[in-house]
Design a protein around this ligand. Structure first.
Ligand code: ADP
Ligand code: ZN
Ligand code: ZN
Length: 749
């Protein structure tokens, strides 16, 4: 039998993982030694006995064999909380093709000296009635920010300062003014305690609907039986999903278990946070990007020591080391931010399911527009599916109009606003209501389409949009296929075959030109370089300091603006013609979300979708808010092209300072994978290599990027391919090219 070696870290912490020590695994311990296990080893020149953790196993010695010492024994304590984290890291490494060091760094917290933590709170100084009167007076004077704070304090006498600042979008100066005027007090407490008071009896106790009760009962029954599952709640915003999460967590806490709740930061609203605080008081903790490393570390310590039961946060909250985890909730599971952009490029949904299975915990996913992955698995029976229909409360779904831009061109309208959209904006301006105009340029890669008939130039092999390059060629960024730019449309002969040039700035100019009296705000990557500027724009719009907000996809998420009654999507084609296979799915999600922005308050909302492809199923079904209809069409496309979730896809990315080195290795490895295709034939499912090609963004920071993709129905085959490629790079001592892996990528490279 081949010798085996173990990488061992003597002091397991985020800071020390760069320096593992290698030991030989004696034959008699071969079975007992695996990642996560605690072992005794002889350490240093004196061979002192030390306890360390096995983080990785290999059949290859990194040092001369004679210099490698043996593991003494497996520690009697065996598995600890840290073992569990190492096992997760090991799974991340295997599943997503990263190094063990990168995986450990993802999972282990950064240790920081704890300074005295302090928490500010805001307390109302007048009776609720008086505060409401003052709020009404502020509203008269159009001081909407002040009114928002006063109303919040009328409902809850005491609130965390951060919640008011960040989630109600209130400037510190406004709070200070209100303090001077005697409406409220800002106090600092040195103990880390959640200041939301449980206001007994004030939390409205609702009667759960049949579906809500069923989900909670099913989850708890399965859990008690020791067979927890993954559950998918499909329901529009407002259909009562959060109420279900709260119900499940409440029962888990009663059993002495803990809960992790993932919510994309951008979707974490004041109202939602407050509901968690009210239900669970100071047993809940919120993790977000405004926390310092020290504050994050403190939260993790409190979780490990049993001081809290619930943690709410983005992707990284997954790795909170709770002693007895009962459930992981992944809200808005379709969100792109759940996929990590740096190695290991893990997906929080898949990782949540893995972590839950190690703890015997349940996973509850929720979305108004489930990812194709989640819905596919729900349909195949891997997840349990619950459809939550209808909204609670009185808000209605908005009226959606699809405008055919080809018709506008025929009528001689070359403006970015269709006749319909212009008329509706004018109505809103006259009525003193607000409009959001949305231009999605994210992932925009220069597609070319016909303004007369809507025809889009697509790759004949990959069925994704071709991108226009400066050299006059149209290029596919999956397979590298190219063709010359044509003067006229191949479908109708029109000469209006062109790329899409307008950006948010041009839209703002157009608004100023066509609606001179309107007050406009712009929100995109340029205007939101800092967190403050982002919040400032949102606050200004919430305070009705503008009539029209023009922005990129960042404006469609999470924010409630009750006075917005019109949403215009200026060119749905921008996301429809992204150069990757998720374009249709993204469009459906974005349009559905954008539509959800209109009419959040008591007033009915309207949505205008402008497009050159009004017959495209993503648009048609989004307008009807018909998720199932969309899914059925989209899954046919995925199946036909063998794209995820029907099959799996691996992106292999090469980054190099010398273009030639990157290209050569990319071609060499693509050929290597191609040659092994026969070996991976599984039940008629074959391996397919796409590319090699230059990446869509061919050069970033002076580093060249090349890529190829591998598709196969079996995920494990792709894992084996990564092993093969790693081995090749090691044996050939590849140094000047960095190779990165991305499983089921969310974006095109
Ligand atoms: P989602 O998470 O799907 O957006 P929520 O759970 O936030 O939905 O519910 C939306 C609103 O409806 C909330 O104000 C909630 O309190 C209320 N609600 C939810 N379920 C019920 C119910 N069974 N009866 C009455 N109101 C409900
Ligand atoms: Zn045409
Ligand atoms: Zn192609």
């Amino acid at each position: 039998m081949a010798e085996k070696y173990a990488d061992i870290i003597v002091d397991i912490s985020h800071e020390k993982v760069d320096r593992p020590f290698q030991y030989r695994i004696p034959q008699e311990l071969a079975e007992a030694v695996y990642p996560g296990v605690r072992v005794h080893v002889p350490f240093g020149s004196g061979n002192r006995d030390k306890v360390g953790y096995v983080v990785d196993i290999s059949e290859r010695a990194d040092y001369p064999i004679g210099k490698i010492k043996d593991i003494t024994s497996v520690d009697a304590k065996g598995i600890t909380a840290q073992s569990a984290q190492i096992r997760i890291a090991y799974w991340l490494k295997r599943q997503y093709g990263s190094t063990m060091i990168a995986a450990l760094k993802t999972v282990l917290p950064v240790k920081q000296k704890l300074r005295q933590l302090e928490q500010k709170k805001v307390t109302g100084c007048l009776a609720a009635e008086k505060l409401r009167e003052a709020a009404a007076a502020c509203e008269e004077k159009r001081q909407t920010a002040k009114a928002r704070v006063l109303r919040a304090l009328a409902d809850d006498e005491e609130l965390p300062y951060e919640l008011i600042r960040r989630k109600l979008n209130i400037a510190p100066a406004t709070l200070q003014t209100l303090e001077r005027q005697g409406f409220l007090k800002i106090e600092t407490e040195s103990i880390y305690r959640n200041p939301v008071k449980h206001v007994a009896g004030e939390e409205k106790r609702i009667v759960l609907s049949d579906v809500q009760r069923t989900v909670i009962e099913d989850v708890m029954r399965d859990y008690r039986a020791g067979t927890p599952h993954t559950y998918l709640l499909h329901g529009v915003t407002g259909s009562g999903k959060t109420e279900v999460y709260l119900g499940i967590i409440e029962q888990m806490i009663a059993l002495g278990k803990q809960a992790i709740v993932l919510i994309p930061e951008i979707a974490l609203t004041y109202q939602t946070l407050l509901r968690f605080y009210k239900r669970f008081g100071d047993r809940v903790s919120v993790m977000n990007s405004t926390l310092s490393q020290g504050e994050k570390y403190d939260q993790i310590r409190r979780a490990a020591e049993g001081d809290i039961d619930v943690i709410i946060g983005p992707r990284s909250a997954l790795f909170t080391p709770f002693p007895d985890l009962g459930v992981i909730v992944v809200d808005e599971e379709h969100e792109g931010s759940y996929k990590s952009e740096s190695a290991p490029k893990y997906h929080a949904r898949e990782t949540a399911i893995q972590i839950a299975s190690m703890h015997g915990a349940a996973v509850v996913l929720g979305s108004a527009t489930p990812s194709m992955e989640a819905y596919y698995r729900a349909r195949t029976g891997e997840y349990k599916l619950y459809e939550m229909n209808g909204r609670h409360g009185n808000s209605r779904l908005p009226d959606v109009h699809i405008v055919d831009l080809r018709e506008e061109l025929k009528c001689g309208n070359r403006s970015v606003f269709s006749g319909r959209l212009r008329a509706l904006i004018e109505q809103r301006l006259a009525a003193g209501e607000q409009t959001m105009l949305f231009l999605n340029r994210r992932g925009y890669a220069g597609f070319v389409s016909c303004r007369a008939c809507g025809h889009v130039m697509r790759c004949p092999h990959c069925d994704v949009s071709l991108s226009e390059h400066g050299n006059g060629k149209l290029v596919c960024h999956y397979c590298g296929y190219e063709e010359p730019r044509r003067p006229v449309c191949p479908s109708c002969g029109s000469k209006y075959l062109m790329g899409f040039k307008a950006g948010t700035e041009q839209i703002v100019e157009a608004v100023r030109r066509e609606f001179p009296t309107a007050r406009v705000l712009r929100m995109d990557a340029d205007t939101t370089r800092t967190k403050e500027s982002y919040e400032k724009i949102l606050a200004a719009f919430a305070d009705e300091k503008a009539d029209i907000l023009v922005g990129t996809q960042m404006i469609v998420k999470g924010h409630d603006f009750p006075n917005v009654t019109l949403v215009g999507i200026l060119a749905a084609d921008l996301s429809l013609n992204r150069n990757d296979y998720r374009a249709g799915e993204r469009t459906f999600q974005l349009l559905t979300q954008a539509a959800g922005r209109a009419g959040r308050g008591d007033k009915a909302g309207e949505v205008v979708i402008q497009t050159y492809q009004p017959e495209h199923y993503s648009i048609v079904y989004a307008a009807k808010q018909d998720y199932r209809g969309f899914y059925e069409e989209e899954i046919l496309y995925r199946d036909l092209m063998q794209y995820p979730p029907v099959a799996h896809m691996l992106a292999v990315l090469f980054i190099s300072a010398q273009q030639e080195a990157g290209r050569a290795l990319c071609e060499r490895l693509a050929a290597l994978v191609n040659d092994s295709a026969d070996r991976y034939e599984r039940g008629g499912r074959r391996l397919q290599v796409i590319g090699p090609a230059q990446a869509a963004v061919g050069k970033i920071n002076d580093l060249y990027r090349h890529v190829f993709y591998v598709k196969h129905g079996d995920y494990q085959v792709l894992v084996e391919i990564v092993d093969t490629l790693e081995l090749f790079c090691r044996e050939n001592e590849v140094k000047n090219v960095t190779v990165q892996y991305d499983f089921d990528p969310m974006n095109t490279y």
